[in-house]
Design a protein around this ligand. Structure first.
Ligand SMILES: Cc1ncc(COP(=O)(O)O)c(C=O)c1O
Length: 447
């Protein structure tokens, strides 16, 4: 099937082969009036090739598309659905709040309940809420600059921290792979904006130390994900996160840990607890809201005291709106049920080991990298390990896309891109994982 056609009519055959004619019809309507037929670059071609399926409903770990095909979901909306779809506790919390009022745009008591819970779980001193991960990382960077009086930031190649100008470099985008390391990942970003963003290779201790040494007096923050989950699952090497923390402490640099994906997922206290590191500022979103748009920045008091009128600006009409706060409080409360993280660990390991066995038994040239409770990813590569962005670019992404399409036919929903990640939710069962592994095994035999 030609995958890059700009004529939606070319996709009829594909739509019929997958029994997704209704999805396709909806996409065609969208493509006429919405650029790319979507509301986000992450939701249209070429990420989804040739077009994204349209989903009508979800329950637990399963979703149904417009043509009533059922899928076992391992994308979970790119991570937020830590309790799966339409979890009764979250639905109830939101319904109850909707009856009482949906917006006040001023402090409400549930917001303070949530703030206390986040502070307690993350072991950080203070917190502010906003709506998306990008808003959280943008504010974190502004706060670090305001607090230190310095301008530059370090970000790692391939890391994604949201669609705002400070960090949209070296993270995929419009250019060919060779240009990914230096130029903005989008048209419309002035190069001057990125003059203060220094790129360093992930897991490269030497390059990091050298860059900090050279620019110590100019660097306000080092921002990193604890595990690069926007490159699949690229783990930090032993001591790498601790080295970042030490370099920050020694050089008056703010350590921003982007826990938008890892927060409340790797452990109750997120990656800080899982990897035993202490961030100066951490950003949270996805699992925090359990599928509702809420994010948080949390951090040390001496830094956060500057997030006040007259100092560092932060605002938003929808910040901490009661519906999202209610969902978030319910999501965190559900996570506190006994055995939650043991279950994530068990299912995460089962998935990783099952996929590893499937790779071995089918003699596939691939590896699986995982982070226990946080899920895993399969890479089509002959490398023994993916350590950074450059390694990930050598993997066979088109084979991954083929696997995704074949899995759809077997009722298993993986993300089409190898640089995404397989997520577990509280509603997945051991038999779901077995079903997934069996489907992958069958597909690897066909590929
Ligand atoms: C680590 C990380 N940070 C920030 C973001 C941006 O979050 P949002 O899409 O909610 O703006 C993402 C989104 O995937 C992310 O994975």
């Amino acid at each position: 099937m030609a995958s890059s056609s700009s004529n939606p009519d070319d996709y009829v055959e594909y739509a019929e082969g997958l029994n997704t004619r209704k999805s396709y019809g909806i996409y065609k309507r969208a493509a006429k009036i919405m650029p790319g037929g979507a509301s986000s670059h992450g939701q249209c071609f070429p990420v989804f090739d040739p077009y994204p399926l349209t989903f009508e409903r979800g329950k637990g770990a399963r979703i149904w598309d417009a043509d009533e095909n059922e899928y076992l979901d391992f994308i979970l909306a790119m991570g937020p659905l830590i309790h799966g779809h339409a979890h009764p506790a979250l639905v109830k919390a939101v319904q109850e709040q909707a009856e009482k009022g949906t917006m006040f745009a001023v402090l409400h008591s549930k917001e303070v309940d949530l703030a206390e819970k986040v502070v307690e779980m993350t072991k950080l001193d203070m917190v502010r809420f906003s709506n998306s991960g990008a808003e959280a990382t943008q504010t974190a960077i502004r706060l670090a600059r305001g607090y230190t009086g310095k301008k530059k930031i370090i970000k790692f190649e391939g890391a994604y921290h949201g669609g705002h100008d400070y960090v949209l470099v070296g993270s995929g985008g419009n250019g060919p792979p060779t240009s990914l390391f230096k130029i903005p990942s989008s048209w419309g970003i002035p190069e001057e904006t990125l003059a203060n963003t220094l790129l360093v290779r992930w897991n490269d201790f030497n390059a990091l130390e050298k860059t900090v040494k050279r620019h110590a007096n100019e660097i306000a923050a080092i921002i990193t994900e604890p595990v690069l989950m926007n490159l699949g699952t690229v783990l930090p090497e032993e001591g790498f996160l601790q080295t970042i923390q030490e370099l920050c402490n020694a050089n008056d640099i703010v350590f921003i840990l982007d826990e938008v994906i890892s927060g409340f997922r790797l452990a109750r206290g997120g990656a800080q607890e899982y990897f035993n590191v202490k961030a100066d500022v951490a950003t949270y979103a996805k699992a925090l809201g359990g599928g509702f748009p809420i994010s948080a920045i949390a951090g040390k008091k001496e830094i956060f005291e500057n997030l006040v009128p007259g100092k560092v600006f932060h605002a938003g009409t929808y910040n901490a709106n009661p519906l999202c706060v209610a969902a978030s409080f319910a999501s965190l409360t559900e996570l506190d049920r006994p055995g939650t993280y043991q279950k994530f660990t068990k299912l995460g390991n089962m998935l990783q080991e099952g996929l590893e066995r499937a790779v071995e038994d089918t003699h596939t040239t691939a590896i699986v990298q995982g982070v226990g409770p946080g899920g895993c990813q399969l890479y089509f590569t002959n490398l023994k390990k993916i350590r950074n962005f450059r390694d990930s670019l050598t993997c066979d992404a088109s084979k991954y896309m083929k696997m995704h399409k074949k899995l759809l036919k077997r009722g298993v929903y993986f993300h089409p891109q190898q640089n995404e990640h397989l997520f577990i939710c509280t509603q997945h069962t051991e038999s779901d994982v077995e079903e997934c592994v069996a489907a992958v095994r069958a597909v690897l035999r066909e590929l």
